[in-house]
Design a protein around this ligand. Structure first.
Ligand SMILES: [Zn+2]
Length: 188
């Protein structure tokens, strides 16, 4: 579950950074050179002022999502992800008749569906609490006894990227004492 949360934030973040930067460049080129899908901006260069900021801000939100994906509790970061769909979706609804007259409505519809799917998924992740990891029972490689690997310990091990413990606490303490002891006598 945590992995999917992380992946979702990073996929959405990457898309936002890529599209945000691409549209910033495209709209600027369109305005000043009259090339590409934004060439119509040449008629009114001042229209770039809002677009330039909005597209670059999209990329900034992408960076925010990437930062969120490195946090321990990723739930609230899906709120940023879900909210990021509101401006484009609202714009699609507002300008729908224009898209129809430009005959790009099928492409824009596809984009809108993509937004809705991502927004829905992120809303689910926002509402749903991460399931706590249940305590695990592991077998000690030294004494063969079963021992409990608690939820708290699992989180601690996960955070530090440690592998699951192989030995029970008694055996671990014993090994530590033996190593510490031998060191005390000048051995390794
Ligand atoms: Zn043991």
């Amino acid at each position: 579950m945590k992995k999917i949360r992380k992946k979702l934030l990073r996929v959405h973040g990457s898309i936002l950074i890529f599209i945000g930067v691409a549209l910033t460049i495209n709209s600027t080129i369109g305005t000043y050179l009259g090339i590409g899908i934004f060439s119509f901006l040449q008629k009114n260069e001042f229209a770039l002022i809002g677009l330039f900021q909005a597209y670059l801000l999209m990329a900034v939100i992408g960076i925010v999502l990437w930062m969120g994906s490195t946090q321990e509790n990723m739930r609230k970061w899906h709120l940023i992800g879900a909210l990021a769909h509101i401006p484009p979706l609202t714009a699609i609804i507002m300008f729908w008749s224009h898209f129809v007259s430009m005959e790009v409505d099928s492409i824009v519809m596809f984009v809108a569906i993509f937004h809705c799917v991502l927004m829905g998924t992120e809303s689910v992740f926002l509402i749903r609490k991460s399931k706590p990891m249940p305590d695990k029972t592991l077998r000690c490689v030294d004494c063969g006894n079963e021992f409990s690997f608690s939820e708290k310990d699992q989180e601690f091990y996960n955070q530090r990227g440690f592998q699951e413990p192989k030995r029970c606490k008694d055996c671990r303490d014993k090994r530590r004492r033996e190593r510490g002891g031998s060191r005390g006598f000048g051995g390794r």
